[in-house]
Design a protein around this ligand. Structure first.
Ligand SMILES: C=C1C[C@]23C[C@@]1(O)CC[C@H]2[C@]1(C)CCC[C@@](C)(C(=O)O)[C@H]1[C@@H]3C(=O)O
Ligand SMILES: O=C(O)CCC(=O)C(=O)O
Ligand SMILES: [Fe+2]
Length: 363
């Protein structure tokens, strides 16, 4: 009997089986339970093309808006971003193709315990902690010259030659996300009043993580979540939602829905950039909810610095009369902490700082 007849590809049977589980809502901590229907948040919409037009007034206004947003809740939307819309659509189509594969095919990329890349699903028990209602595929990206085919090679190696086209699409998508990230880093640098290229140079050789998320419909969406409340431990997140809402951010003590906008990317500050900005810019608290009628998908690029970069705020942002808020660290140390000690949640950076001091870990 071949693997396909053993592991049915019938996603609905896996999802139905999970649907039948009585989800113990008491597992949800305060702030995870849904109370009122979240209101949409009029998120700051940054015209990136305008910022790069060179017009001083437009640049100043964009810098002010971004600074305001990142000093409070840590997210904003960018439009006129320059990313080819055909590439975005192709990335979404390939996400559909991947998640509609037979489970036996997806398990070729199965994520190993303690590793951050690969296929994981709460319907096959490969999520360690409280089971979120989603399937994910994460893979490494590198902006380094000698790694210019790292994404294509990942798909060829794990899924086989028939995935060459999918690998090329995500290689190109990640290239465009890396370029967009560096443009946003110029904007963040201006907002923080540091040298324009400071952060752009810091992330030039980024070794980032790309993730595609698939959230199946759930019979009892109010009893679970697609992604639990968390701060991304990474530096900057560039997220593209499909046309189904589900992303929520926690602002002014309540959850707000970020309605899908196909022409926009949602950009949020992560823990590593909060540390890099010496706590001036805030990591964004967010989650993903699910629904009972239509699947939802998201493309998420997590910008991460080169493994040797030490996360230390530029001197312009440090008050030497006060203690540093976060100790120096490297991203691989924080990544390993989230994979082996403390899954990313609403307290990662504080727990990590304590762990660094307790274990006397030096960068
Ligand atoms: C470094 C990472 C860990 C998670 C993926 C990511 O690349 C950035 C976001 C993190 C995550 C999505 C935050 C919520 C909990 C988590 C376990 C998940 O729901 O997938 C996190 C990811 C992880 O795989 O640890
Ligand atoms: O799918 C979403 O809208 C949010 C996903 C997310 O926060 C994550 O993958 O870190
Ligand atoms: Fe996130």
């Amino acid at each position: 009997m071949d693997i396909d007849s053993i592991i049915t590809n019938d996603k609905s049977s896996m999802v139905d089986e999970k649907n039948s589980l009585i989800f113990d809502a008491s597992q949800m901590k305060h702030g995870e339970k849904d109370c009122a229907i979240p209101q949409e948040l009029p998120a700051p919409l940054i015209d990136l093309g305008g910022f790069f037009s060179g017009d001083p007034t437009t640049m100043q206004e964009a810098s002010r808006l971004v600074g305001e947003a990142c000093r409070s809740h840590g997210f904003f939307l960018v439009v006129n971003h320059g990313v080819d819309e055909n590439l975005i659509s192709s990335a979404h189509r390939n996400m559909d193709m991947f998640f509609n594969l037979p489970l036996s095919e997806k398990l070729k990329a199965e994520r190993k315990i303690g590793e951050h890349c690969g296929y994981a699903s709460s319907f096959t028990g490969t999520f360690l902690q409280k089971l979120p209602w989603k399937e994910t595929l994460s893979f490494q990206y590198s902006a380094k010259e000698h790694s210019s085919h790292i994404v294509e090679e990942y798909f060829q190696r794990t899924m086989g030659k028939s995935f060459n086209n999918l690998g090329k699409v995500y290689q190109e998508y990640c290239n465009s996300m890396s370029k967009l990230s560096l443009r946003i880093m110029e904007l963040l640098g201006m907002s923080l009043g540091v040298q324009k290229d400071n952060f752009k140079d810091f992330f030039k050789d980024n070794e980032s993580i790309m993730r595609i998320n698939y959230y199946p419909p759930c019979h009892n969406p109010e009893l679970t979540l697609g992604t639990w409340p968390h701060y991304d431990p990474t530096s900057l997140t560039i997220l593209h939602q499909d046309c189904v809402s589900g992303l929520q951010v926690f602002v002014d003590n309540e959850w707000h829905s970020i309605n899908p906008n196909y022409n926009a990317f949602v950009v949020n500050i992560g823990d590593t950039f909060m540390a890099l900005s010496n706590g001036i810019f805030k990591s964004c608290l967010h989650r993903a909810v699910v629904n009972n009628y239509i699947p939802r998908k998201s493309l998420v690029f997590f910008l991460c610095p080169d493994k040797d970069k030490v996360v230390r705020p530029p001197t312009e942002l440090v008050d030497f009369n006060k203690p540093r808020i976060y100790p120096d660290f490297t991203w691989p140390t924080l990544l390993e902490f989230t994979q082996k000690h403390h899954p990313a949640d609403t307290n990662t950076l504080q727990a990590f700082s304590n762990w660094l001091q307790h274990n006397n870990v030096q960068p």
